[in-house]
Design a protein around this ligand. Structure first.
Ligand code: GDP
Ligand code: MG
Length: 170
């Protein structure tokens, strides 16, 4: 039997942007309203990606780790999902510094990442335009998705699958 590929992904972003909701949506196709914000978990998930069985390990960070722990998480991961909340400009401004930390931790390699603007169902409360998200993704040279962990709209699993592909391509 062919050995399946393993890909380690980590999800980063300000507390409350919906990291856990996105991961749970991806894994279960469901939305869980309240998820313990202090919980840090790693999930294993097998997916058939382009006819290849890939075992994904997904680290859902809690944002409470100290500098050393965070660096450890960043070293551990092969690919990164950077999440902001389209209704929270501060969370958007957190993304570029996070990317710098990733770069620092992965030096001299560059790690694949994807940018996700979550809570796209809350259009009425939007603070960050789609164009701004696209521009930031171009600056970070990564794929960009707007989605909703809540409704599953905007294909909430696509970022994880695409990141996996990107990791496998390297
Ligand atoms: P985390 O701290 O980044 O892991 O964020 P959580 O997954 O715990 O979500 C924080 C809050 O945002 C919770 O109350 C969720 O129900 C809510 N939330 C997460 N994703 C969405 C979304 O796509 N739309 C809406 N409306 N609320 C969301
Ligand atoms: Mg969480």
């Amino acid at each position: 039997m062919a050995k399946s590929a393993e890909v380690k992904l980590a999800v980063f972003g300000r507390a409350g942007v919906g990291k856990s909701a996105l991961v749970v949506r991806f894994l279960t196709k469901r939305f869980i309203w309240e998820y313990d914000p202090t919980l840090e978990s790693t999930y294993r998930h097998q997916a058939n990606i382009d006819d290849e069985l890939v075992t994904m390990e997904i680290l859902d960070t809690a944002g409470q780790e100290d500098v050393l722990q965070r660096e450890g998480h960043m070293r551990w991961a092969d690919g990164f999902v950077l999440v902001y909340d389209i209704t929270d400009r501060g969370s958007f401004q957190d993304v570029a510094p996070l990317k710098s930390l990733v770069e620092e931790a992965k030096k001299p390699k560059s790690a694949p990442l994807v940018l996700v603007g979550n809570k796209a169902d809350l259009e009425h409360a939007r603070q960050v335009s789609t164009e701004e998200g696209e521009r930031l993704a171009a600056e970070l040279s990564c794929a960009f998705y707007e989605c909703s962990a809540c409704t599953g709209g905007g294909c909430a699993s696509e970022p994880f699958l695409e990141l996996c592909r990107e990791v496998r391509r390297r």
